[in-house]
Design a protein around this ligand. Sequence first.
Ligand code: FAD
Length: 433
Amino acid sequence: MKNEKVAIFWFRRDLRLQDNTGLYHALSGEEKVQPIFIFDEEILSDLKNKADARVSFIHQNLSDINESLKTKGTSIKVYHGKPKEVWKQIVEDFKVHSVYSNRDYEPYAKERDEWVRKFLNAKDISFYSFKDQVILEPGQVLKDDGTPYLVYTPYSRKWKSVLQKNQLESYSSALRFDGWNPSEFKPPTLNELGFELTNIEIPSSKLKDEILEAYAEERDFPAKGSTSKLGVHLRFGTVSIREIATRAKEKSEVFLNELIWREFFMTILNYYPDVVSNNFHRKYDAVRWRNNEEEFQLWCEGKTGYPLVDAGMRELNQTGFMHNRVRMVVASFLTKHLLIDWRWGEAYFAEKLLDYELSANNGNWQWAAGTGVDAAPYFRVFNPSEQIKRFDKDYQYIKKWVKEWNTDQYPDPIVEHKMARNRALDTYKNALS
Ligand SMILES: Cc1cc2nc3c(=O)[nH]c(=O)nc-3n(C[C@H](O)[C@H](O)[C@H](O)COP(=O)(O)OP(=O)(O)OC[C@H]3O[C@@H](n4cnc5c(N)ncnc54)[C@H](O)[C@@H]3O)c2cc1C
């Protein structure tokens, strides 16, 4: 095997065989294709929870891919380590002709890929990367003067006009692995990776027509469960964005608009990587966060005495998901009512959300805190009780997640709404003055 030149296909956040752009191009070349995956120690070592559902999700999907590949006479080689070390090993293990992958726009991934590109090029190995996780990537939707949009609505208008000129291609006819009977690679077990199985369930990757049809009317009501729950699948590429966007285009413009928010925040992160640790608008650096650790803990546990906030946090803790409307409410509550730095909330979400995505999480947290691009103005402070009247008026969602609500066991509010609202307004005003 080592004597035969191969093209490597490097799976990352594109864990599917169907409609996978980079894989399609790898398979269209002359060389036989060897798929690989790297469990990246740089990322895994930061995860606190050994039963992290996202790791078992990746692991399960790799096993499924491997089973399919075996029927085609090949298998995926799974590595575990720091990518720079692993790549040195890969070029030992195989006679590599070229490497194919799909592009990733996060700062860490861009830096990693640049290193890999240089490393391979120095060995006369080509590194090809393709657009796959988005419909339109950063750089394809820019203002006429060539700069990125900082406001969603004109961005989305331009996005739609650019899309009209580009067909939504599909790469699903791609699976032409030629059987070449390599030794069968056995992926490491979860335990070998230092992780354990979780009992958190992953939502289905099927997008039902009924979801799209009712989306515009029902998406804001958490008790209805009428959103797609595709976030985790879009994150890891277990569904194709092209397939989802094609269906959204046919059936629900409102849903399509949400997919465009996803690409808007990816574009912001791509051009303004500083947002990872800083306010997009630096004038908010002067906000004096209270950062009370006990209050933060009560927020995390869903014990603030504000039932919609508590229901959301408990849903998150128990399932790894939280409805978007409720995410907005809990984020506004943390940053405005408690005056806790949005970065604390962002980090907690990053640990817990199955669909955690750096660009969307950061963009939405900064939106809620009023510090981001196209953010809610700082003086918009959600009233958590009013939000119940509008979006959970029968307390269905609250009763599901906060069993002791309306009993003696349920805590009093940790902060009084009117006082907290005024305190937030004063704090922001002072920062800007
Ligand atoms: C504080 C806060 C943090 C968030 N963190 C994340 C995150 O880490 N990862 C994440 O994918 N989304 C995040 N969102 C956005 C949104 O809440 C989730 O995408 C959505 O709730 C996921 O559920 P769904 O798949 O059922 O979404 P649906 O309503 O079915 O939407 C379909 C898809 O559109 C995209 N989308 C929808 N709303 C947004 C949005 N506001 N911004 C960007 N993309 C969007 C997602 O990919 C989503 O899966 C956050 C929102 C808030 C307010």
